[in-house]
Design a protein around this ligand. Structure first.
Ligand SMILES: Nc1ncnc2c1ncn2[C@@H]1O[C@H](COP(=O)(O)OP(=O)(O)OP(=O)(O)O)[C@@H](O)[C@H]1O
Ligand SMILES: Nc1ccn([C@@H]2O[C@H](COP(=O)(O)O)[C@@H](O)[C@H]2O)c(=O)n1
Length: 353
């Protein structure tokens, strides 16, 4: 008897220590959802009269809070799936094919022998993706961009800066060093079109050039598109579109005609003082033969640049898409800065904005 009493006494402190306050809640079991829902609602509607009752309300509420958070996370993964190849391969959409594979109808994840295919990857990789430029062809691509494993769209860097800032000079250097790049000067395209006796736009282009005015975008964007398609046929993937977009009309025209079929990576912007640019252009006038390399046209071009082009640069700057280069230095010094900016463009394009 004494021994029993002693054993009882001995256990008492431990029992008390384990049996915390409120441990003795009595409520619906976890799998009784309706009962728990009632209790959870009471948390907001009926003040608890005892600690046990309060704790039961919390336990029931916790059940739904946990379910709700887990459900919301799962739903957000479905609505906004992570941009990861692991997710694509191992996410829930993969589970179905995994089950299918158990019954032998889906292709295995790893091939046991060389897969014979009618598509030649090297050929696809070297083929120009002419169809990428919208409205040039509305036909669907023969091979999906995923299968071809080549950049899906041509990449574009607009090149802006005042007349004579040195855009053409630096673009030529980029293309000299990096064969994937092609330099397309909007001004050069227009000058070439003007020389074409069959062109119906020759007259209009000529007037605009002399007056330093911007040619309507329908004409310019068609020429740019043609030049890009020709470049793609030669295997070019990256395009320096020099002297474009020069005004809002240019921006809108590009969106309408090219839009999503090219990836605009930003604006390479050459900044120089007007006095320096004027000096350079007058120097160039001795050999260029350009109708607009004379003081009168140069001044008109400066005015158009300030009025129409600068706001466009600012528009891109607001979107953090401008890569500025100080163009006041020597050609070689500007080149080293251009190179640094080009690397920046590349790394942003690679790792995303
Ligand atoms: N950093 C520089 N320092 C001195 N002269 C330069 C520099 N860069 C270019 N030039 C010279 O200035 C003139 C204009 O250069 P470029 O044709 O490259 O300018 P641009 O910005 O393309 O002009 P535009 O918009 O009129 O086509 C050329 O004669 C070129 O050799
Ligand atoms: N998007 C453009 C580009 C150029 N022009 C006209 O060509 C002239 C020369 O341009 P450069 O870039 O070679 O200096 C320019 O003054 C414009 O008349 C255009 O209309 N639209």
């Amino acid at each position: 008897m004494a021994l029993r009493a002693y054993r009882h006494e001995w256990r008492l402190p431990f029992r008390l220590a384990r049996r915390q306050l409120g441990d003795s809640v009595h409520g619906p079991p976890l799998n009784d959802l309706a009962g728990n829902w009632r209790k959870a609602k009471e948390f907001f509607t009926k003040p608890a009269l005892s600690y046990g009752e309060f704790k039961q309300q919390c336990v029931s509420l916790r059940l739904f809070a946990f379910g709700g958070v887990c459900g919301a996370c799962a739903l957000s993964l479905v609505i906004f799936p992570p941009k990861s190849s692991y997710w694509v391969t191992w996410g829930p959409s993969y589970w179905f094919s995994h089950v299918q594979r158990c019954f032998g109808s889906a292709p295995p994840l790893f091939l046991s022998k060389k897969l014979e295919t009618t598509v030649s990857a090297p050929k696809v990789a070297s083929a120009p993706k002419v169809e990428q430029l919208r409205s040039e062809s509305s036909a669907a691509p023969a091979v999906s961009p995923k299968a071809a494993a080549v950049p899906a769209k041509p990449r574009v860097l607009f090149v802006l800066g005042g007349p004579g800032a040195g855009k053409g000079t630096q673009c030529a250097k980029i293309c000299e060093h990096f064969p994937q790049w092609q330099h397309i000067s909007a001004g050069d395209c227009l000058r070439a079109e003007r020389q074409d006796p069959n062109s119906k736009d020759g007259e209009l282009i000529n007037t605009c050039l002399k007056e330093g005015k911007i040619v309507p975008v329908q004409i310019t964007v068609r020429l740019l598109q043609k030049a890009m398609v020709a470049g793609q046929k030669e295997g070019k993937t990256d395009f320096l579109i020099d002297g474009f977009p020069r005004n809002l009309d240019n921006v809108n025209g590009w969106e309408e005609v090219i839009g999503d079929s090219a990836n605009v990576m930003g604006v390479l912007f050459f900044e120089a003082a007007q006095s320096e640019m004027e000096k350079r252009l007058l120097g160039r006038s001795e050999t260029s033969g350009r109708v607009d390399d004379n003081l009168e046209s140069i001044r008109k071009r400066f005015a158009t640049y300030e009025k129409e082009t600068r706001p466009i640069v600012e528009k891109y700057r607001d979107k953090e898409m401008v890569f500025s280069v100080d163009a006041m230095q020597s050609i070689e010094s500007v080149w080293s800065h251009t190179l640094a900016k080009l690397r920046q463009v590349e790394s942003i394009a690679k790792f995303g904005q």
